[in-house]
Design a protein around this ligand. Sequence first.
Ligand code: UT7
Length: 324
Amino acid sequence: MTSYIRAVGAYVPQKKLSNDDLSKIVDTSDEWIYSHTGIKYRHIAAPEEATSDLAVAAARLLLDRAGLDAGIIDCIVLSTATGDYHGFPSTACVIQDKLGLDEIPAFDVAAGCTGFIYAVEIARSLMKANDYQNVLVIGAEKLSDVTDWTDRNTCVLFGDGAGAVLLSQADQDDLKGRGVLDSVLHAKGSGNQYLAVPSGGTADKNGENTCLYMDGRAVYNFAVKAMKDTIVELLERNGLTIDDIDYVVPHQANFRIINACAKRLGTDSSKFFLNIDQYANTSAASIPIALNDMVSKGLLKSGMKIITVGFGAGLTYGGNYLIW
Ligand code: UT7
């Protein structure tokens, strides 16, 4: 049996904030933000919208689109860095309840912006070990809640949203080669201080800085190499070259990081799907939102070879190789 992506869905909050809107809040400009990051807009959740609400909206769209009932879901794996509650309960349990489900396992994965890639591999492994037929894998974030709206270095970069995939199992012969075939997961914990919400946890006693902190340059330098190394590792493990890949679906953090990665691989950056202009960096949600956009645009055809690749807080990095 092989796990494959049976359906996708995504949701972004209604409120859309442009670069010009931000230039009224902090000392920045559309020109700076777009030229340094590729971002034009980001969506911001309403105060009463929690991460679980974004995730449930993405899951409902997925189920509606595929004509499936939530009752078929055997397990929920949510990747998020901005859960509904601090510590516990897990947001996946809240999602289970909001979807009207009971008893099935539900838990959160914390791997920063690489979270969705980790979650897909965890789901795939659980399906093999426990014979789950359908696992709902979600990436959802309400980063606006941990954003310092007075800090121009970070507040222009992030947005809120959720994306979801349903991983299902099927016989290899029926899938004709399709499926999630391989993953590589890595972490470089020595870089944990470069991207963090420093306060509020057990390692911090003063509780003053509960907003996101980032050393942008350090993360940038790490990211280009991490993305390139991950893609090369996946290619080598699967006997492929970059020319065999139809699309790379990268974590949407900065189009300059993505272009630099494409250059190091000696390939055209048009192979890398980009939608950062519309959503900014939605952390664990960025890859499933990208997959949803690609489906909506009709870009993904059966048999296409896809690599997803990401990096983020931890510092974590990794990728999935799949045939659509
Ligand atoms: O999901 C993973 C999380 N994060 C990332 O992937 C982010 C990785 N890093 C980056 O994408 C880039 O490093 C940034 C976009 C964060 C910054 O771009 P940069 O080209 O590395 O700029 P910089 O940090 O070297 O700053 C250049 C200048 C600075 O001014 P001075 O010191 O040279 O006078 C900043 O103060 O740009 C200034 N600056 C801004 N100016 C206008 C920083 N943010 C802004 C802003 N508007 N929003």
